[in-house]
Design a protein around this ligand. Structure first.
Ligand SMILES: [Mg+2]
Length: 151
């Protein structure tokens, strides 16, 4: 059982307790869900970067790029071990504890994406918007399954 950490400063960790997932299943966590949906990319980026502590912050492409690769590796390693140890490839078979740990890794990945975007002097919302534009254009042109960065 994952312990509910409650509110830690401005960071709600209620999603990491079984009660949250039970309330979510029962539709009782709607208010919390609305608060989470209201978190915009740029607000996240601004708040996340207040915790940035690495050499030459805002003048260092390397540190967040390496961090992004490392955190992606941590996420993949968790998935790999579930597959190796339990044959789990279906998210419906992931335990609450495993799910919580994987969500934390996705958050770590997001932090490094936000930092990498800042290093490129771009808002996270711009990264998201441009990605959707690219994908929707590919879908409209029927080239989603093709290859090449610029198609
Ligand atoms: Mg991590």
């Amino acid at each position: 059982m994952v312990q509910c950490l409650g509110w830690v400063g401005r960071q709600c960790e209620h999603w990491s307790c079984e009660a949250y997932w039970r309330r979510r299943a029962e539709g009782l966590a709607a208010k919390e869900a609305e608060e989470r949906k209201a978190m915009h990319f740029d607000e996240y980026q601004q708040r996340a970067l207040k915790t940035a502590q690495y050499p030459d912050v805002y003048n260092n492409l390397v540190y967040p790029a390496m961090g992004l690769a490392g955190e992606a590796g941590e996420y993949c390693d968790k998935v790999k071990k579930m597959w190796r140890n339990k044959g789990v490839m279906d998210s419906s078979k992931v335990t609450l504890e495993e799910r919580v740990e994987m969500i934390k890794e996705l958050g770590d990945i997001l932090w490094y994406i936000a930092a990498s975007a800042k290093e490129l002097d771009v808002d996270l919302s711009t990264v998201a918007f441009e990605n959707l534009n690219k994908l929707e254009s590919r879908r409209a042109r029927g080239v989603i399954k093709s290859s090449g960065d610029n198609r």
